[in-house]
Design a binder for this molecule. Sequence first.
Ligand code: NAD
Ligand code: MN
Length: 499
Amino acid sequence: MTDLHQLVIDGELSASATGETFESIDPSTGESFAHVAKAGAEDVKRAAEAARKAFDEGPWPRMRGRDRAKALLAVADGIKKHAPDLAELESRDSGGTIRKAQNADIGMAISTFRFYSELASREDEEEPLLPRSPMSYNYLRREPIGVCAAIAPWNAPLQMASWKIAPAIAAGNTVILKPASFTPLTSIEVGKICLEAGIPEGVVNVLPGPGAAAGEELVASPLVDKVAFTGSTEIGMRIMQIASGTVKKVTLELGGKSPSIVLDDVDLDYAVDGALWGVFFHQGQICSAGTRLFLQRGIHDDFFAALVKRAEELKVGPALDPGSDQGPLVARTQLETVERYVEIGREEGAEVAAGGERATVPGHQGGFYYRPTILAGVNNSMRVAQEEIFGPVLAVIPFEDDDEAVRLANESIYGLAGAVWSRNVPRAVQIAERLRAGTVWINDYHMINPRYPFGGYKESGIGREHGTLGFNEYREAKHIHVDLAGGRDRHPWWNTVLG
Ligand code: NAD
Ligand code: MN
């Protein structure tokens, strides 16, 4: 029996009130490797009360921004110090390759805390200009919102913990993070690192537990002021509904079916690799993955042949093996979802040009491996082109000209991200500006940076994470008016009441 990974509530580690636990599975083997305290209603209540008290009475919201900034830097340092262990834990718990954990997740977690430290420190200097008037002085003051509930998905748990905690606490809020049940472990570690960094009790709480119970309790709690949710569009809708009961502030980062558009003047080898990176990063389990690949007719056949060849070279293997290009999917249920969608694609008339089946990994028969899959003969109205699969499945769709590319790319309920590949940058920029999506990369993919906003149009979400826009999602805006006119005669509008 391995150690119990505990809840983080009010500055302490604890078991759940009922003593219940759940298992976290290693997707590379399919076997349980950790026991985790399972938060229930009583734990949610305790965490919400602790976060409320820390906000209403504690030092954190009242500290100067520059002092909060120091604590955030200490969290970044803590993540750096624990990087090797965190990367291994992330990789084991989520099935993301160790190369991804080391190169992408750790770095992003550190830079997110550093960037929001920078914004917290600048808060003291901030002087937003409101229109001048000789009769009054008017200024804008930003204040924290209060207790924030953060609900995260399983695909990038360490990054999600950082994306949610850093801006919330930088702005002076307190936070309760509920990680996804498939991947609770590194979120708990980040909570512990926040305590080590000296962040006061109750400011950062972590509650692993089931969404339908612990998650809903949190979203419904009258002690919570804001919900920041990342996950599926379906659950996002549910969150909005529950949060409306107390008119909580809500930000939602939801699903996607992002277009990657390859123009006929492209650098072919570069864009083939780029398209594969865009879709197969983390086995396609990325909200902004480029899952619809639009190829212009002139280059279609050459591009497609190179794409299939390169996809078949990708090595599927255990997450912790540095030689693995692709790890397992996060769970058996996710593997089955992917299989079901590939079947749907076949029934709709798509042709499986690569993959289309489970991968066998010697010595890891219980793991959830699926081969990188490319579907040809897809048209944009098929389910495999419209619904988020969240796995290693690419739908390839031909197009004639720029107008058609834009039209097809925008024919989606989603609008999270997209990419354009071309040697002609002005032409690519024109297309990028016409896409209805929150992020568009030109000649690159997955370039998410804490300095620049990230979020969705349409059913991909509400609000933005990262950047100053993301910071302001965690701050109320208050206008303060100071009368400079003096004198009853200088207030003629009072006459509407006083005559
Ligand atoms: P999910 O919607 O099933 O779950 C997300 C979180 O919500 C989990 O912590 C879950 O326990 C919790 N939850 C479930 N039901 C709940 C309820 N009724 N009330 C409150 N909380 C509840 O999503 P998932 O399967 O964990 O993650 C995959 C999805 O996340 C994909 O759709 C993907 O596109 C999306 N995603 C979006 C982004 C983004 O930034 N836009 C990033 C990563 C993942
Ligand atoms: Mn796991």
